[in-house]
Write a protein that binds this ligand. Sequence first.
Ligand SMILES: Cc1cc2nc3c(=O)[nH]c(=O)nc-3n(C[C@H](O)[C@H](O)[C@H](O)COP(=O)(O)O)c2cc1C
Length: 198
Amino acid sequence: MTPLEPESKVIALPKPDTTRGIPVMTALKHRASVRDFETIDLTLEDISDLLWAANGINRPEEGKRTAPSAQNAQDVDLYVFSKDAIFLYNASKHQLELVAKGDHRNILAGRQTEVLKAPLIILIVSDVSRFRSGENELRQLWGHIDGGMVAQNILIFCASEGFQARPRAWMDHSQIKEVLKLSESQYPVLNIPISGKK
Ligand SMILES: Cc1cc2nc3c(=O)[nH]c(=O)nc-3n(C[C@H](O)[C@H](O)[C@H](O)COP(=O)(O)O)c2cc1C
């Protein structure tokens, strides 16, 4: 059973386990993009730790995150696409909030349908309106760099846990915009299908 029930509008995530994982150097040794995904669900604890590692709040007194961001704009949002629904990660409350019911992973997979074996796909979106200054071109550049930082946190966490992952730029931007009701300033950066490992 998936731990992300779409009947709940809000899913409180367990407290992140910051003692989890293997040495960073060993995780880096294992990091690789997987093509042949397993179909193994992550537990709610796994999802909680994954999202916190990705872009959670690690310094609550300052409200700062595990991933850096230009101008500390904290422009990156994470959407979790499961077989049942799409959720938005609210880092300050460390909870998932329902965005849409149903399996919408196909708008991320496109022709690479093999990634649909992965039970979860994380979509990284930058909202460039959160930068205090900068022309649009520069904001987009920073947004994509910030998204890349979050992606690498996810990939290293997955490597540490033996989870399968692959960063992907391909996705259907117009359908994503429609389903997620993104504003003009929100840009999908990368998506990362993830499976647990046997
Ligand atoms: C910015 C970026 C975009 C990528 N887009 C895709 C993609 O759309 N589809 C895909 O299958 N792999 C994609 N990849 C994964 C690369 O193909 C993969 O990282 C590369 O082959 C190197 O393999 P490794 O990650 O195992 O070292 C992307 C990687 C990056 C960094």
